[in-house]
Design a binder for this molecule. Structure first.
Ligand SMILES: [Zn+2]
Length: 235
């Protein structure tokens, strides 16, 4: 039975921040880097097969490197958190009075009167000393705690889903205008993604869409330019 507290917390955007950030970053990267590779090769080649092949290779390489990168970076955050928690455990054993004082000062700095702060620190220490210090001194809590596998899976899957969209475009759209179709569809996917992530994260949709359209156009424009320059040299 979900408690009122759980329902109340679920209602806050911060609860969605971890997987949302990894998923949006992954999908955005999937769309943009896969579409850019496809546009670059399409601009240089007059055949469809090389475009499909390069896009698929970019999709697989991008998804695996995104997941690996996220896993490694979040794992190192976990290592840091665990080292901090272990040190906290040792400090609580070696100097419990100083630690109690430190906790009381934290509550005082958050607005409690000196006596109330000390009383709260004593009660929470009696209840779960390490838990209180990890949460209120180190700032590590359930929401912010690093989850490497979750983050790697979220970003790897999101990259793949994002990259599949331009990949499908390379199959079905006319070859003569493939660069423009890729650009148009990629921009459409990016705008939809920008709007969804802004809405889910509770921030302004307009700003998010403008930002993603500008940088998306810049990235795809640059690879198209390289493709054309390369194409002219090869043909
Ligand atoms: Zn402490």
């Amino acid at each position: 039975m979900e408690s009122n507290l759980d329902a109340y917390l679920d209602n806050h955007y911060i609860h969605r921040s971890n997987w949302l950030r990894a998923a949006v970053l992954g999908a955005n990267d999937g769309i943009l880097s896969t579409a850019s590779i496809a546009i670059g090769v399409a601009a240089a080649s007059s055949l469809r097969e090389p475009v499909i092949l390069a896009t698929l290779a970019g999709l697989v390489a991008g998804a695996s490197s995104m997941a690996a990168g996220e896993y490694v970076s979040v794992s190192s955050q976990t290592d840091i958190e665990n080292a901090d928690i272990q040190r906290e455990r040792e400090e609580l054993e070696s100097m419990p009075d100083l630690e109690l004082q430190r906790l009381a000062e934290i509550y005082e700095s958050r607005g409690l009167k000196k006596e109330t702060a000390l009383a709260v620190a004593k009660e929470l220490t009696a209840h779960d000393a390490l838990g209180a210090h990890v949460r209120d001194e180190l700032g590590i809590n359930e929401i912010s705690q690093a989850k490497p596998i979750q983050a790697a899976l979220a970003s790897g899957t999101a990259f793949t889903v994002g990259g599949m969209l331009p990949f499908l475009v390379t199959f079905f759209m006319p070859l003569e205008t493939l660069e423009y179709s890729l650009y148009g569809f990629a921009l459409l996917f990016l705008v939809i993604l920008g709007a969804i992530s802004a809405k889910t994260g509770g921030s302004g949709i307009g700003k998010a869409v403008l930002r993603i359209s500008f940088w998306g156009t810049a990235a795809m424009g640059l690879t198209a330019l390289v493709g054309y320059l390369f194409g002219v040299n090869v043909a």
